[in-house]
Design a protein around this ligand. Structure first.
Ligand SMILES: CC(C)(COP(=O)(O)OP(=O)(O)OC[C@H]1O[C@@H](n2cnc3c(N)ncnc32)[C@H](O)[C@@H]1OP(=O)(O)O)[C@@H](O)C(=O)NCCC(=O)NCCS
Length: 272
């Protein structure tokens, strides 16, 4: 178990102040080098008191990969459980906020950020391959599957960084559910979604949206991933963090799900 590096003063635990250079040092220690492509799920409050807040974390991530050589991606997800063919989403790439935290919400507003046009599971990226990774997400048949940024990252030797969050937040598992063709994670009927791009132009896309309500047990893969060497753990500031090799994660998890599609969910009654 990781030890949180809280300073103890007169018996009271106090929050550490964390700077950009502290975060860059910790990212390097975890294994993030210049040229890396990383998809970052995050919790700002888990890091400690970050001088300068979310922008400092973003600057540190960019400094670590060097945006002239590498790329940082964040999930800017807007999906909700009410969206279905009778209640289709209206997604505006500029105005629709994400619910994946302060770091992605701040990130997507950066001038050099490119946000993808998927109406439920968009991502945003800054760096040398930002455009290549974001392009065409609205044309994918499903939000996270084949052709999505989650998929592309895994095919390009990218990594998933869980900064202060657990495998529960790892959206890429939905991509693997897609690849393994599990039957419970997509709505049966497509939804006609409206997308408004950065020029204000409207597009309609027919997409099989995420189906809500099945409880996932993703954290059961924590120990196997560590033992297989496809995941490392470390602290970023005070945040217990995980760095996953996306290709290794896909290979291992897809094989598991092909054998048992219910391996990562609460098994429905009557299934075997
Ligand atoms: C939900 C979640 C974002 C909440 O994390 P969090 O740390 O509480 O919230 P944020 O990352 O949005 O950061 C905001 C919080 O940071 C704290 N904060 C504010 N300034 C700060 C600073 N300078 N330094 C550190 N923390 C600060 C505050 O507590 C703030 O909460 P408040 O706005 O309610 O006061 C996080 O638990 C999570 O799940 N992240 C992953 C989401 C994801 O990618 N999901 C994929 C779904 S498939």
């Amino acid at each position: 178990m990781l030890q949180l590096s809280l300073k103890r003063k007169a018996g009271i635990y106090v929050m550490q102040t964390v700077s950009q250079s502290d975060i860059v040092r910790d990212l390097r220690q975890l294994g993030i080098m210049q040229g890396a492509e990383i998809l970052v799920h995050s919790s700002l409050s888990s890091i400690g008191h970050v001088e300068g807040g979310a922008n400092t974390v973003i600057n540190a991530l960019l400094e670590a990969v060097d945006p002239h050589k590498g790329t940082v991606i964040v999930p800017t997800i807007t999906a909700n459980a009410q969206q279905n063919p009778d209640n289709p989403p209206l997604y505006n790439v500029h105005n629709t906020p994400c619910w994946t935290g302060t770091i992605p919400e701040t990130f997507r507003h950066r001038q050099d950020a490119v946000r993808s046009l998927n109406p439920s599971h968009s991502t945003a990226a800054i760096g040398t391959n930002a455009e290549n990774l974001m392009i065409g997400h609205e044309d994918c048949r499903t939000p996270c599957g084949f052709g999505s940024p989650y998929y592309r990252l895994s095919r390009r030797g990218g990594k998933v960084l869980l900064l202060g969050v657990t495998l529960k937040s790892n959206t890429s598992f939905h991509m693997i559910e897609d690849l393994a063709d599990v039957k419970f994670h997509l709505q049966p009927q497509p939804t006609e979604c409206t997308i408004i791009d950065c020029m204000g132009k409207r597009h309609l896309r027919s997409i099989l949206l995420h189906k809500w309500g099945t409880r996932r047990k993703y954290p059961i893969l924590h120990q196997p991933f560590l033992e297989l060497g496809i995941m490392r753990e470390g602290l970023i500031g005070q945040a217990a963090s995980l760095l996953i090799d996306a290709k290794g994660m896909v290979e291992y998890t897809e094989a598991l799900l092909r054998k048992d599609p219910f391996y990562l969910v609460d098994r429905p009654i009557g299934s075997h």
